[in-house]
Design a protein. Structure first.
Length: 449
């Protein structure tokens, strides 16, 4: 291990999925890794204040599942032991989209897991806690990043501990996994540096979630349901997946004000008006477990740190601090886990350099674009709704028609269906759709319409 060390101490801000994954990536390269979290970290799976979106359906894509397994050996077995429900990709979730009710259900050869966000986080946190050189400190609210006198290097972190006292911790590297990235932006601004350019896609998404006991007479031909509205006229959609403990979690919502209310009656009324009746029929007579949770998401944001001419040494924003995705597509946790694997790879590659930390951020910012490109391309699909704010891609209409034709081809051809599932799960880049033979087949379908 001594030959791979790049520093004595690293500090991770935030013990959410991005921070925990980053801590796992750092552990082999620093004597000590300290994770600072302002929340209480529950000993068992439970919701916490800092993750309000955790009360809603979360999807861990196959790419995220594999990335976390790479960082934490035995992760998938841990999920299964925690009660996660295995799902055969392509078969166990009924996909309802206009023209396909349902989309052909096929076993594409992999398993994913349906499980609550608090359980995923607790499973990962236990793995992090098992590493002897990682320390998790809860009730620590980071106040400021501390820079060297010449402001070229981040040298420490100041935080308020659980007694309300201010403490300072020295560090060779700070990973900002705080979500908002405000600490990184504050440091850039206070040191006279430029802030990163931002690309935003305003979607004004609102959704609500209820948990139900799975009834004895539940449908046998699916374990979960995803229902899409008829875009661009109807933004309403829903996703219902099983949870540990023989439960369903149903999340329904829409955009630009067409959102469900926060009471049980309103929730069912909204579900009744979805384009298909599947979710409503399943939950209308099921036992509701608890109240209705609501959440709003204003816009997807991509910060272009890769365009900055200079950036402080010893600092690395990660996960939502770089790019925050529309949660409808279920990409956030998986991209964060992939970014942590990239961080681990880069530290291994740079470990032999004379000053590996100096090269870390610029290299990370350049190479993370490959990970972000495909999920961000999915985010641009939100421009199908005319109220969406932002710069619509110049080729959007052509790309939309290509996607519609590709969906039709995937419905007909299991091999294409598998390819689209691989891209949707971020196992393959979107550039896979540029295969000449595939493009010719899609164009032929486009010509028919």
């Amino acid at each position: 291990m001594a030959s791979t060390l790049v520093g004595k101490q690293a500090v991770v801000i935030g013990a959410g999925m991005g921070g925990l994954a980053a801590a796992g990536a750092l552990a082999d390269f620093f004597d000590q890794v300290v994770v600072l979290e302002r929340d209480t970290l529950p000993s068992e799976p439970a919701h916490r204040v800092g993750t309000p979106q955790a009360r809603h359906v979360h999807a861990l894509l196959l790419s995220g599942q594999r990335a976390l397994s790479e960082l934490f050996k035995g992760f998938e077995q841990d999920l299964a032991r925690a009660g996660a429900v295995p799902l055969r990709v392509g078969l166990d979730v009924r996909m309802e989209r206009p023209g396909y009710d349902p989309f052909p259900q096929r076993d594409l050869g992999w398993f994913s897991y349906a499980v609550s966000r608090p359980t995923i986080e607790r499973v990962v946190r236990r793995r992090v806690e098992s590493r002897a050189n990682i320390t998790l400190r809860q009730h620590c609210r980071v106040e400021k990043l501390l820079a060297s006198p010449n402001r070229e290097t981040v040298s420490g972190v100041r935080y308020e501990n659980d007694n309300g006292a201010s403490e300072t911790i020295a560090t060779d590297l700070v990973v900002d996994a705080s979500g908002s990235g405000a600490l990184t932006l504050d440091l850039l601004q206070s040191s006279g540096r430029s802030l990163p350019e931002e690309t935003t896609i305003g979607i004004d998404l609102g959704y609500a979630t209820c948990v139900f006991a799975i009834p004895d007479d539940a449908p046998a031909d699916w374990k979960g349901v995803m229902t899409f509205g008829q875009a661009p006229h109807n933004s309403r959609g829903g996703l219902m997946l099983p949870l540990e403990g023989n439960r369903w979690m149903a999340t329904i919502g829409g955009r630009h004000g067409d959102v469900p209310s926060g009471d049980a009656e309103g929730f069912l009324a909204y579900a009744r008006e979805l384009r298909t009746p599947t979710i409503y029929n399943a939950i209308s007579h099921a036992e509701r477990l608890g109240g209705v949770a609501r959440y709003g998401f204003r816009e997807s944001v991509r910060r272009h740190f890769e365009r900055l001419d200079e950036f402080p040494r010893g600092l690395l924003p990660i996960a939502d601090a770089i790019c925050r995705f529309n949660p409808v597509y279920g990409q956030g946790m998986s991209v964060a886990a992939q970014e942590a694997c990239l961080l681990q790879t880069l530290l291994g590659r740079l470990a032999g350099d004379s000053n590996p930390i100096a090269a870390l951020a610029p290299t990370f910012f350049a190479e993370v674009q490959t990970l972000i490109e495909t999920p961000w391309a999915v985010a641009t699909l939100d421009f199908v709704f005319p109220e969406t704010r932002g710069q619509r891609p110049a080729d959007f209409e052509t790309a939309l028609k290509f996607g519609i034709a590709l969906t039709r081809l995937a419905a007909e051809d299991p091999a294409v269906h598998k390819l689209t599932a691989e891209v949707q799960n971020l196992l393959r880049p979107r550039s896979a759709y540029r295969d000449p033979t595939l493009v010719q087949r899609v164009i032929a379908i486009m010509a028919e319409t």
